[in-house]
Design a protein around this ligand. Structure first.
Ligand code: ZN
Length: 116
């Protein structure tokens, strides 16, 4: 499952940095997720709680805060920049389907809140 490996990957990054900061507990992890990644936020949240419990005290009960990033593209033909959803990537001005994705594929940890 796609979301499962993402959650494990996040924890693999979060746990060592929390330990390095001498944290007693991770309170929250903030993520930016682009809509084009096709990550299902609800599944991510659900798996997050389970995985945190498995990993023990340090991350138990940590909150996952997801900021969703709307996809944005530029038209290669006329240069118009526009927001769109996952399925409709077409220039609203000239109708071209030749577009360049500017944002929407993010999957990054922006902050880790810890209790020290
Ligand atoms: Zn265009």
């Amino acid at each position: 499952m796609h979301e499962y490996s993402i959650v494990q990957g996040i924890l693999d990054a979060v746990i060592p940095s929390a330990q390095q900061a001498n944290a007693n507990r991770v309170l929250a992890v903030r993520l930016r997720i682009g809509d084009m990644t096709e990550v299902v936020t609800e599944s991510l949240m659900f798996l997050w709680d389970i995985a945190c419990e498995e990993r023990g005290e340090l991350v138990e009960g940590a909150e996952l805060v997801v900021e969703e990033v709307k996809p944005r593209s530029a038209c290669v033909v006329c240069g118009t920049e526009f927001e769109h959803d996952r399925l409709h990537v077409r220039c609203p001005k000239c109708g071209s389907a030749q577009t360049l994705l500017l944002q929407g594929r993010e999957l990054e940890i922006t902050a880790i809140d810890v209790d020290v």
